[in-house]
Design a protein around this ligand. Structure first.
Ligand code: SF4
Length: 362
């Protein structure tokens, strides 16, 4: 198999299961990077894996997965051909774990190193980190990449053990993440992210968001991505129902409240550990906390404004800046602010309520 064909197959496999020869277009996706959206080639260095995670297309015991390995030289060369043709502007390099995590990581690092040193490539590289590697290896990966990630897959050790017996959050993943965050203190503009699966092993939203808060505030991660479980055939979870995208969406909204809006997971409006799927989490929180409202828009500090449904960071800044120029007295004074109609349901303007929520009319 020639190098370009191999690269295409490894790219296709990196995104979804495919046993036919793929078209390259299907392998390139628009990813959010610290420098905006870019067409990124996501590719596996190897689809061989010694681990046997129950949900994964690359698990050791899945006989029908095509097994391929592309040496660093070939991968770097193939990527550069695409880059020079303008087809891609970045690389997301992942891999199954073969021989040993250090050996696998060494191959990914070699690929990135060839791109940087031999080809002078200065563009975006996202490197997946293999759990259980040494500090020296992590330092090298961080040095070469713009973004690094190590997936936690589950919110705690117990949930992870139920689906991936060969992995440990406590012994490998979290200690590595802490090391990466420390290394990243010496750099600017690089990011450190993870992914967790939703609906794979009975984990609750409460567990997921508690773990995300820990990762943001104690471990120093930049972003947690939530991925609704989808069953892969010929794996132990093939008969399990896929998770709803709605749940994934609510988790992203709640995550935003923790990451950017000053909420903590304990305050979120869980019902038996789950967020209400039919309602935005901030609105559900407001419903549970009527005493917090209405908020006087002319006096509330920035943090209080962020708790008002409909007010995001941009709107909060705009409100603070407008009221410096004069009091906000009537609904028209909110003209041009996104969600103004919704906001009026939760605020007063110089003591007067213009919303429609009867319980706030006083
Ligand atoms: S270690 Fe990664 S690639 Fe290997 S089976 Fe587990 S999730 Fe899949």
């Amino acid at each position: 198999m020639d190098a370009q064909k191999k690269l295409r197959l490894l790219s296709k496999l990196a995104r979804f299961e495919c046993e036919r020869e793929p078209e390259l277009e299907g392998c390139i996706y628009n990813a959010s990077t610290p420098r905006g959206k870019k067409p990124i080639l996501k590719v596996m260095q190897s689809t061989y894996c010694d681990k046997n995670c129950d949900y994964c297309v690359f698990r050791r015991d899945r006989d029908s997965t095509p097994r391929l390995y592309i040496p660093p030289e070939e991968l770097a060369r193939g990527f550069m051909e695409l880059y020079r043709k303008g087809r891609v502007q970045g690389l997301f390099l992942s891999s199954g774990i073969f021989v040993h995590p250090e050996v696998t990581m060494e191959k990914l690092i070699d690929t990135a190193s060839i791109l940087r040193r031999r080809y002078g490539y200065r563009g975006y590289i996202h490197l997946k980190l293999m759990p259980g590697v040494s500090l020296q290896t992590l330092e090298e990966a961080v040095r070469l990449a713009n973004r690094v990630s190590m997936n936690i897959e589950a919110p705690n050790e117990e949930r992870l053990k139920g689906i991936a017996r060969g992995k440990s959050l406590r012994k490998e993943i979290l200690p590595n993440m802490v090391q990466v965050s420390r290394v990243l203190e010496n750099y600017e503009g690089k990011s450190h992210i993870t992914q967790v699966m939703v609906g794979v092993n009975g984990e609750t939203d409460e567990e997921l968001l508690k773990s995300s808060q820990y990762l943001y505030r104690k471990v120093g991660l930049n972003r947690v991505y939530y991925s609704a479980f989808f069953p892969v055939r010929e794996t132990p979870l093939e008969d399990k129902a896929p998770e709803s995208k709605k749940r994934e969406h609510r988790l992203y909204q709640a995550d935003f409240l923790i990451r950017d809006y000053g909420f903590s997971w304990e305050e979120l409006p869980f019902e038996e550990g789950r967020l209400p799927e039919g309602k935005d989490p901030k609105e559900a929180w407001a419903e549970r906390n009527p005493n917090f409202f209405p908020v006087e828009l002319n006096r509330a500090d920035y943090e209080t404004l962020l708790r008002v449904p409909g007010i995001g960071r941009k709107a909060a800044k705009e409100i603070v800046s407008r009221r410096l120029r004069g009091a906000l007295r009537k609904p028209e004074d909110l003209k041009g602010i996104r969600n103004a109609k919704k906001i009026l349901n939760y605020v007063t303007l110089m003591g007067r309520y213009y919303g429609t929520e009867t319980y706030l009319r006083g």
